[in-house]
Design a binder for this molecule. Sequence first.
Ligand SMILES: Cc1ncc(COP(=O)(O)O)c(C=O)c1O
Length: 391
Amino acid sequence: MPFRSKLPDVETTIFTVISRRAAEVGALNIGQGFPDFPIDPLLAQRVTEAMIEGRNQYAPGDGLVELRRAIASKLGRAHGVEADAVEGVTVTCGGTEGLFSAIQAAVHPGDEVIVFDPAYDAYEPAVRLAGGRCVRIPLLPPQFAIDWDRVRAALTPRTRLVILNNPHNPACVVHARAVLDELAATLRGTKTLVLSDEVYEHCVFDGRKHASVLSHPELRERSFAVFSFGKTLHVTGWRVGCCVASPPLMREFRKVHQFNTFSIATPIQAGIARYLDDKPQAWAGLSDFFQAKRDRLLAALAGSGFRPLPSQGTYFQLLDFSELSEASDVEFADRLIMEGGIALIPLSPFYRERPRLRLLRICVAKRDETLDLAARKLHEFTASRVRPVVA
Ligand SMILES: Cc1ncc(COP(=O)(O)O)c(C=O)c1O
């Protein structure tokens, strides 16, 4: 019997495609966003202790209260956000579930959702499963600035949600407070909600400060914000994050969350809560840590022909290869895997209408040795392509 797909045109994600190709030929996979360095042993110890002590049964659906308190207190200290630990914070299965449950809670059939391209690939399928339609507005390099005239023109009475990603993956830009002011002014007088994907809140470079929608007095009440412990404690495989919103929005969010994942692994929550008790400033040096990695990679890439675009934040760095090839980014990424033994992520698949870009994304959340190896491979690839001119 033919299966009538709800997402007929959704393909395997570009991350899976590239990772598969890389595995087939044994290429260094440095496009996808996950750290390859060890976690703090104290964090592992705290989670192990929680398991051994028997904290292995269902956690409350909203999350362990001690973890929700730790999250609320950290949001206050880090971003000046006031969050209600009891009614305004829910622990989720990574940032991904936070996004999915918020979208299911907010979007009705026929609703429109404004999404900025290049867009993280989890947004659109979730909107479509809720019966909504994404209106995608492109942000173009090198600035990837939001064209507010286009946003205003796209707003209709059906616009239920605007999805903002700050810091933005894969554009690697950090939206300043002024962007939030502009968003607030644009949405004034509408019923449109905001879903702010802030999983890279602690990867902001060159003295920038993260501006959370939750710290904006006008946006606060209409916003869901999503965070990820995977990104901030280097544990992407633990699948733990949270959603924070005002109590009325959170009540609706929880209706979806309870039938989606119900609750998140108890010992992981208990372990993280204890760890944050031990180290309430666990996040303090993260931006400097990732910035040093970005700078190491950039120094090592000098003279390689790969031109870096400014990376203001996130785990990533964009590289422009237009000096090296006229190929599309998808073709060039494939060539790099096959001929250079290194896998990077092309940018154009993150757009609905793929512009002709010559940009690849590389992950800087890696050990220094991995970054050095990546730079060596990229230099070697370039050198192998520059053929001596025979007179
Ligand atoms: C922009 C963005 N949002 C959300 C996520 C998902 O986070 P998590 O791994 O916590 O589900 C990612 C992960 O790469 C991401 O880059």
